[in-house]
Design a protein around this ligand. Structure first.
Ligand SMILES: [Zn+2]
Length: 321
């Protein structure tokens, strides 16, 4: 369902689908959201003594596209969605960031879309506040990679002003160097050139970005895990507290209905698909071997659960919202 604020958003975004009719705003049905938002847009759970809060940002109901999965047909994709209990007529891509409170620090893992990626997303800050968390109280933002749905929440629309004014932003040096290399713009596909230009206009001017090498501890109880392929410097985040562990897998298995069940599927958004597949299998096998919980940025809200081997792939048992 659309509400007034959603219409206002579409209007302010200047999308062609919004048109004025008798002074009222109309929105193309293409932007009507079919998936209901969760009744409560945040959920808190414990990992050892760490407190994890999943924050719902919204969903992209992606139209089917034969190029989306290189080695699967649209019918295969539809069947995988149905098998996971999801609608067949689009690919459900929800966005869920997590906040970890541990060791006296409040750590945000990826930043949400900032309402700048899809008209049906941009609810993370409202859900953060509903969960009793203040954006000014975020000490650290860990960034998995520089795709828009993971970093645009760091910056205000149009002005690029920082949203998390008191936070240190921790990123992989590989990812930072890839996107800020002036030569990368010529090498990127057309659809990614604007992203690189925005990154290059903003990130070098910010003093609170810390680049880290390898897999260090980046916040209390949290280590970067090298997980390349989706992008060159993509990182998962491993949280450990006592005997409990959570693998914050980010986009390693971005749409679980598709690439957990079929880890060999090569998605369009995996920049280096064979490397992404190898990373995916290695990370998921580690999660199973070490009996960890897992969450993912595009997993069904609240985005956390456990995984098991299932035939030639993996299956997710989601935690209940
Ligand atoms: Zn993503």
């Amino acid at each position: 369902m659309l509400n007034l604020s959603r219409r206002d958003f579409v209007a302010s975004a200047g999308l062609a689908a919004a048109l004025s009719l008798n002074g009222r705003l109309m929105v193309s049905p293409a932007f009507a959201q079919k998936t209901p938002d969760p009744a409560k847009g945040f959920m808190t759970y414990k990992v050892g003594s760490a407190e994890v809060t999943a924050l719902y940002d919204g969903i992209w109901e992606k139209p089917h596209d034969p190029a989306f999965i290189a080695n699967a047909s649209i019918d295969d994709v539809k069947a995988a969605m149905v098998k996971a209990g999801l609608p067949a007529d689009f690919v459900s891509i929800p966005f869920t960031a997590v906040v970890v409170k541990n060791g006296g620090k409040t750590i945000l893992c990826d930043s949400g879309t900032g309402g700048q990626v899809q008209p049906t997303a941009g609810k993370m800050i409202a859900n953060m506040k509903a969960a009793g968390l203040d954006p000014a109280g975020i000490d650290t933002v860990l960034i998995s990679h520089f795709h828009p749905d993971h970093i645009f929440g760091l910056m205000e629309k149009d002005t690029n002003k920082p949203v998390f004014t008191n936070a240190e932003i921790v990123v992989s040096d590989v990812e930072y160097k890839f996107w800020t290399d002036p030569a990368v713009i010529d090498r990127l596909p057309e659809a990614r050139k604007g992203l690189a230009r925005r990154i290059q206009a903003v990130f070098p001017t910010w003093k609170n970005i810390k680049q880290v090498q390898g897999e260090p501890e980046v916040a209390p109880g949290i280590r970067f895990v090298s997980a390349p392929g989706h992008t060159p410097g993509h990182r998962a985040f491993h949280l450990a507290s006592g005997l409990s562990q959570l693998m914050i897998s980010n986009d390693t298995a971005y749409q679980p209905a598709l690439v957990l069940a079929n880890p060999g599927w090569h998605g369009q958004y995996d920049q280096d698909a064979p490397t992404a597949e190898a990373t995916r299998r290695k990370l998921l096998d580690r999660v199973i071997a070490d009996k960890m919980m897992i969450c993912g940025y595009h997993f069904p809200f609240p985005g956390a659960g456990t995984i098991q081997k299932d035939g030639t792939g993996y299956a997710l048992t989601p935690a209940k919202a």
